[in-house]
Design a protein around this ligand. Structure first.
Ligand code: WTA
Length: 631
């Protein structure tokens, strides 16, 4: 299949696309691409002229195929015992009601709608409702600050904002509507006014009477949505019409609005989901990502729904109210495919095996990971302890920009190597280039680029095609540049080494922060590590390592030396950290990404330049780190 996907991409993808519903088939050209800035404007088009609708393909097509009574979503609330579910038919009814409402307030094809919701069922429902009427959803992760939300509203000028009054995550209550209100005020001051703010009442977190309200603009979801008909005709769109905008951070302050279109994204997310997870109709699938990120778009919602899968949507934190909650959920729903992030694996690993081993987990069949390189020790723990040494791990490498998996194992298809994302997915031709953009052969290490277009690729950065070309296509002419470093071993396996912006150059040696981190966490007492570069008089850059220890282990001079020796042993003397900084906690975004920007400032002792720490899941860890800096 892979061979055909490379030699005959048109034939390969048209056969797969034919399994979906198209109101009208695409034109003669299945794809049209230019990845070479020297030849003109960068362009990717797939199935242009094909008329379809992704919501129809997720719901109506599956219902017509007999899946109407199958559970589409199992919803698990923050508090154990609070749950709900929707069949495919029930989901379509609710999606249609929201779609009818949106049409009624004047939302039309190609209009943007901002969704600022937590992981309640209304989040996927609203995304599908937008898709049903051809509107462009822009989901903003409900952990973003007022400033971030304001910036995004100003950028995409939505017709409406959809939120809920508040939500409980873990033991904390987050007042989402207050954030939206402030962002709407802020946008108005910048000339972008929002006329409609649809608010879901979430009484578990905050009662209606206690919610601040602006008559005329604010509307309770529960007051309007149930009044609308449960059927809504689909707006047929071109394969190249936009489906969604998702903001992601770039190297500059301004977020990038990654734009995905309909047809190619549909075919690609469905196919990657099916093969990389070895999906079977009887599977119960749980992806721990929030719909506010690309993983939630492609692999909580679209990929699984297009396959008619039963999906778990979990509202809470993976370790609330106790460290074993994730495994309770696995056992409760008999989850067969479990997709999560290395950061979660490491934090659960740190909590101790006993929280895992007291659960059954017999239902698990495939495990999967995304978001950052998974270090071999976390990989082994995930494999041995969570998966009882019987479930293959799909370490899926991809990005917001790629829409779906690019380099990933197919479970059971070839031998695994802990920490390697293995081989490219169908149709993907990764290349590793040196600084001059020369393709490297065989065993090598360099910058990861992609040679050709694939259906799920983003089409532009919203309103800034030039930045799209400059960021991704100019660094290495002729290729899409991922921004990641990668090593290919003698067997052709790919090892992602982290963002190249996180590469440290020590005495001329190029060292991936991820490599040093992986070495540190291979020490049995080290739970997590984050490495940044600091200015060094002699070496140019020195290695500065923040380390979190396994619960209960005290930090000592002896341990510091052991950690350094571990790195020397695993990578070489040149990679030995210059400084070990004990970190009881690391600054992370609410999606679990370590904020290296802040760590770099702490490492450099530029404490007055820490910047915005409001998006951190726990801003206090920053003060704690500063206090421990010279201890
Ligand atoms: C990193 C998340 C190693 C990588 C889907 C990429 C990974 C960035 C992996 C994109 C993986 C993601 N192994 N690194 N399996 N998956 N990354 O846009 O650096 O939030 O460039 O998309 O995450 O992050 P994004």
């Amino acid at each position: 299949m892979f061979k055909r996907s490379i030699e005959d991409p048109a034939g390969f993808w048209s056969d797969i696309a034919s399994e979906f519903y198209w109101k009208q088939r695409w034109g003669d050209k299945i794809y049209d691409e230019n990845f070479d800035v020297r030849k003109g404007k960068i362009k990717t088009e797939w199935f242009k002229g094909g008329i379809t609708n992704i919501c129809y393909n997720c719901l109506d097509r599956n219902i017509e195929a007999g899946l109407g009574d199958k559970i589409a979503i199992y919803w698990e609330g923050n508090e154990p015992g609070l749950d709900d579910s929707l069949t495919y038919s029930q989901l379509r009814d609710q999606v249609s009601q929201v779609a009818n409402y949106l049409k009624d307030i004047g939302v039309k094809k190609a209009d943007a709608v901002i969704i600022y919701l937590p992981m309640i069922m209304e989040l996927p429902i609203t995304m599908l409702a937008c898709a049903r009427i051809g509107a462009v959803h822009s989901v903003i992760f409900a952990g973003f600050s007022v400033e971030s939300l304001t910036q995004r509203i100003i950028d995409c000028k939505p017709k409406a904002v959809i939120t809920c009054n508040a939500v409980k995550r873990g033991s904390k209550t987050i007042y989402l509507k207050d954030i939206v209100d402030a962002a709407i005020d802020g946008s108005a001051q910048n000339g972008v006014s929002i006329d409609v703010s649809l608010v879901y009442e979430n009484p578990v977190a905050l009662k209606r009477v206690d919610t601040k309200w602006k008559e005329g603009r604010d509307i309770w979801w529960q007051d309007v949505i149930p009044r609308y008909p449960t059927t809504c005709p689909v707006e047929w769109v071109d394969a190249e019409d936009p489906l969604f905008l998702l903001y992601t951070s770039g190297s500059t302050g301004k977020p990038k609005g990654v734009l995905h279109t309909t047809g190619g994204y549909m075919v690609y997310t469905a196919t990657t989901f099916k093969y990389a997870f070895d999906y079977k109709p009887s599977d119960i699938y749980w992806c721990t990502a929030d719909c506010g990120w690309i993983t939630g778009h492609s692999y909580v919602l679209y990929g699984p729904m297009l396959n008619g899968a039963s999906v778990i949507v979990y509202e809470g934190a993976p370790n609330y109210p106790h460290a074993g909650r994730s495994w309770d959920i696995v056992d409760k729903y008999k989850v067969t495919i479990f997709y999560t992030a290395p950061t979660l694996v490491r934090s659960l690993m740190r909590d101790g095996d006993e929280h895992v081993t007291r659960s059954s987990r017999k239902s698990l069949r495939v495990l999967a990971s995304v978001g950052e390189p998974i270090n071999p020790s976390a990989w082994r723990w995930f494999y041995n302890v969570v998966g009882d040494s019987r479930c293959p791990i799909s370490d899926t490498w991809w990005q917001t920009e790629t829409g779906g998996f690019m380099i990933t194992p197919l479970p059971g298809a070839w031998p695994q190597k802990p920490g390697s994302a293995t081989f490219p997915f169908f149709g993907v031709q990764p290349v590793i280039v040196d600084e001059k953009g020369v393709e490297l052969e065989g065993e090598c290490s360099g910058y990861l680029c992609i040679k050709n277009s694939w259906p799920g690729a983003f089409r532009t950065l919203y309103g800034d095609h030039e930045r799209y070309e400059t960021t991704y296509f100019k660094p290495f002419a002729g290729y899409y540049f991922s921004g990641d470093g990668c090593r290919r071993d003698k067997d052709g396996y790919h090892w992602l080494t982290g963002r190249v912006d996180d590469v440290i150059n020590v005495s001329g040696h190029r060292i991936g922060t991820a490599e040093v981190e992986s070495a540190l966490v291979s020490h049995s007492k080290c739970a997590e590590a984050a490495v940044v570069g600091v200015e060094h008089e002699v070496k140019g850059q020195g290695i500065y390592a923040f380390v979190t220890l396994v619960d209960g282990v005290p930090y000592s001079e002896e341990l510091r030396k052991e950690l350094i020796v571990t790195v020397r042993k695993q990578i070489g003397a040149f990679a030995a950290p210059d400084k070990i900084h004990w970190a009881p906690g690391l600054p992370k975004t609410r999606s679990g990404k370590i904020m290296r920007r802040i760590l770099r400032k702490i490492a450099a002792r530029q404490l007055d330049e820490l910047g915005d720490t409001s998006t951190l899941s726990d801003p206090n860890v920053v003060n704690q780190l500063i206090e421990l800096a010279d201890s």
